[in-house]
Design a protein around this ligand. Structure first.
Ligand SMILES: Nc1ncnc2c1ncn2[C@@H]1O[C@H](COP(=O)(O)OP(=O)(O)OP(=O)(O)O)[C@@H](O)[C@H]1O
Length: 230
C-alpha cells in the first residue's frame, strides 16, 4: 500500500553562499501493507518526523520516491497532494491540533465542509464518527473543556470522518498519561482491525510500539533494524 524507495534528505542550513548541509535521511526504503500498523522508532533527532512529513506530502525529499496505492506521490504538486490527502491520508498529532474556537462536533465536521458534502451527509457522518470514538455526549464541548484523552478522540474522529485508508500518527499518545494512552491505543487497534485502516506511527515508547505489526528503527537517518511481529 505504501512503498518508500531510497529516500535521502538533506537540509541546507544558514545563509545562501554560506550554507552547510545536514543529511537527516539516508537510503530509506521500506514497504507497508494494507492493514499494517507500522511503528517508526528512534531517538530524538533521528529523522522520524522528517520521514513522516515526506510521506504526508508536506516536504519533498532530496531524492527518492514514495508510492501510495501505487501512485508516485513524490511528483504531485501542493494542490494535487492536498486533494490526494483528503481522499487517502488522515493525520493524528501529539498535541491534537484541534481548533480551539470550534466545538468537538464542529472540529469533526470541518473536513466534510472542505469536501463539500451536504449538511444532511455531514450531520450523519459527524454523529456516527463521534459515536465510534465514544464521544456522543460531548458534541458541544470546546477542546478546552475536554481531557487530553477526549481531545485526542476528537482529533481521531476528525481524521476518521473522511474514512481514510491510511492514518499517519506523530506520537499520538505522547502527551497522555499511561491509562489514557492505553485507551487511545485500544481505539487505534480497534480501527485497524474493524475498518482495516493502515497506520504509520512515530513513537519512542515501547508500550506504543507493542501494538505494531511491523517496526522500523531509525538511527542517525538510517534504518538500523526492521522487525515484523509474530
Ligand atoms: N526544517 C528544518 N531545517 C533544518 N533542519 C531540520 C529541519 N527539520 C528538522 N531538522 C533537523 O533534522 C534532524 C531530524 O529531525 P526530525 O524532527 O526529523 O527528528 P525526530 O526523530 O522526529 O526527532 P523528535 O523525536 O525529537 O521529534 C534534526 O537534526 C533536526 O534538527
Amino acid at each position: 500500500m505504501i512503498d518508500v524507495k531510497d529516500i535521502n534528505h538533506t537540509f541546507l542550513l544558514g545563509k545562501k553562499q554560506n550554507e552547510t548541509a545536514l543529511t537527516v535521511l539516508k537510503n530509506i526504503s521500506f514497504s507497508v501493507d494494507k492493514g499494517d500498523i507500522l511503528a517508526i522508532t528512534g531517538k530524538s533527532g533521528s529523522g522520524k518526523s522528517t520521514l513522516l512529513n515526506i510521506i504526508g506530502g508536506f516536504m519533498k525529499p532530496t531524492s527518492g520516491s514514495v508510492f501510495i496505492k501505487e501512485r508516485n506521490v513524490t511528483n504531485l504538486n501542493e494542490g494535487e497532494y492536498a486533494d490526494f490527502r483528503l481522499d487517502n491520508i488522515g493525520f493524528i498529532f501529539q498535541n491534537f491540533q484541534l481548533i480551539p474556537s470550534m466545538t468537538a462536533y464542529e472540529n469533526v465536521e470541518l473536513p466534510l465542509v472542505l469536501k463539500g458534502l451536504s449538511e444532511k451527509e455531514r450531520v450523519e457522518l459527524t454523529e456516527q464518527t463521534l459515536e465510534k470514538v465514544g464521544l456522543s455526549n460531548y458534541h458541544h464541548h470546546y477542546p478546552s473543556e475536554l481531557s487530553g484523552g477526549q481531545q485526542q478522540r476528537v482529533s481521531i474522529a476528525r481524521t476518521l470522518v473522511i474514512e481514510p485508508p491510511i492514518i499517519l500518527a506523530d506520537e499520538p499518545t505522547g502527551s497522555l498519561d499511561s491509562e489514557t494512552e492505553q485507551e487511545i491505543l485500544d481505539l487505534i487497534t480497534g480501527l485497524n482491525q474493524d475498518l482495516g485502516i493502515t497506520f504509520l506511527m512515530i513513537t519512542h515508547d515501547e508500550e506504543v510500539a507493542r501494538i505494531a505489526s511491523k517496526q522500523i528503527h531509525i538511527h542517525d537517518g538510517e534504518i538500523v533494524k526492521e522487525e515484523v511481529s509474530a
